[in-house]
Write a protein that binds this ligand. Structure first.
Ligand SMILES: CC(=O)N[C@H]1[C@@H](OP(=O)(O)OP(=O)(O)OC[C@H]2O[C@@H](n3ccc(=O)[nH]c3=O)[C@H](O)[C@@H]2O)O[C@H](CO)[C@@H](O)[C@@H]1O
Length: 378
């Protein structure tokens, strides 16, 4: 059975689809059917990298993000039509039984092509704020789901965020995870990363924070696992070395569960995926929201974790020196206080669990006409 999964432009739009396919495969197998998952992604390098690493069958659509400037609107419309035409050709050839979209600018043309071909479509809005594009897209889909209640699509059902197994720390030993990165298995570890693409402000700000406090006894023993997103790899490595901090600096970790398992605390953005993983893995966080979004969705994504007492939010002040100074007020009190970190971890563990991947897989199965399991169970 062919199912289409649309969403791309960043890892945060592809991985939730992988999570749903992971659940749907066994459900179909129980019914004597095999899943062929086809991922409609963007033609950006970041999507190609994720699809290659995950071994996904991908259709790269030449879509572009919606333009806010009027002089770019024509270019957006032309790219939309081109991407829809590519998607339509593939949909006609593959005849998918259903399509799930996670948003991002490739979802629009993919959903449009599927609808014209009569394919049932669903949208999951991952962020705590449904932007203009998500609201527009939602109108064209047969079913609407939310990862976070109150995101601004009143008729949508809240199911939580679909998490793939590779992003879960469960079953991994923290000491072994640290040793796997060449770190001391017994030392406390700060995980630093900025979503799927990395951020120069965090890649520079975190080493600057440690450099400013090179001899501070409160940081004694701490080591860092820093995933740069491929940006400034050599510079970040050199900056930690100059600050005298034991650090494993990597470009990208395909199985984030390993990194979460190694972590006692995380310094990160609050993209929908990062927040959901921090919560599921019960890792306390200092969140630095992406500073250039106008709708404040990253701050809102972090809201439930902050309200539960499992995370704090502090603005990304962009300049490394400014971030190094402000992290002194937010990160330092957590680094030096194991009891507070333990309380934050407990607060995250107490948050209610969801299983969005199963809920979405069940919708796809129902709309695709999966039928009952072969052994007759309902
Ligand atoms: C700058 C920007 O606009 N970011 C948006 C983008 O985030 P983006 O895709 O960057 O971030 P998310 O936090 O949603 O997801 C990142 C994913 O990448 C994974 N990962 C990260 C680093 C690594 O080395 N390996 C790895 O696998 C994480 O485990 C996570 O699953 O889409 C999200 C979902 O709409 C939004 O909330 C974010 O605001």
């Amino acid at each position: 059975m062919v199912i289409y999964f649309a969403g791309g432009g960043t890892g945060g739009h592809v991985y939730p689809n992988v999570a749903v396919a992971e659940r749907l495969g066994p459900m179909l197998a129980e019914r004597g059917k095999a899943l062929r998952a086809v991922y409609a992604v963007s033609d950006r390098a970041v999507d190609a990298r994720v699809c290659e690493a995950e071994g996904l069958e991908a259709v790269a659509l030449p879509a572009r993000p919606a333009a806010t400037r009027p002089d770019r609107a024509l270019r957006f419309a032309a790219a939309f039509r081109r991407a829809r035409a590519v998607a339509a050709r593939r949909v006609a050839a593959d005849r998918p039984a259903a399509l799930l979209a996670t948003g991002g600018f490739v979802s629009g043309p993919a959903v449009a092509a599927a609808r014209r071909a009569g394919v049932p479509t669903a949208l999951i809005t991952l962020d705590a704020v449904a932007g203009r594009a998500a609201r527009w897209l939602a109108r064209g889909c047969d079913a609407r789901f939310l990862a976070v209640a109150g995101a601004g699509l009143p008729e949508a059902k809240t199911v939580g965020y679909p998490l793939r197994s590779a992003s879960l720390a469960a079953g991994r030993d923290p000491g072994e995870a640290r040793a796997g990165y060449g770190l001391n298995p017994r030392h406390p570890t700060l995980l630093v990363f900025a979503g799927s693409s990395g951020a120069e402000t965090i890649n520079r700000g975190s080493p600057a924070f440690f450099a400013d406090r090179a001899r501070d006894p409160r940081l004694r023993g701490w080591q860092v696992l820093h995933l740069t997103g491929g940006k400034l790899l050599a510079e970040t490595r050199a900056a930690y070395a100059a600050a005298g901090v034991a650090a494993a600096v990597r470009g990208y970790e395909p199985a984030m569960g390993r990194a979460w398992a190694a972590a006692d605390l995380a310094l990160t953005r609050c993209g929908a995926g990062g927040v959901a993983e921090a919560r599921a893995n019960a890792v306390p966080c200092v969140f630095l929201p992406y500073p250039w979004h106008r709708d404040g969705h990253q701050e809102r994504n972090a809201g439930p974790l902050v309200a539960a007492g499992g995370a704090v939010v502090t603005p990304d002040r962009v300049a490394p020196a400014a971030n190094a100074a402000s992290l002194g007020d937010t990160l330092l009190p957590l680094l030096e206080n194991p009891a507070r970190r333990a309380a934050m971890r407990a607060a995250l563990r107490a948050m209610p669990a969801t299983d969005a991947a199963t809920a979405l897989a069940a919708w796809l199965l129902g709309r695709a006409g999966g039928g009952p399991p072969a052994d007759g169970r309902g």
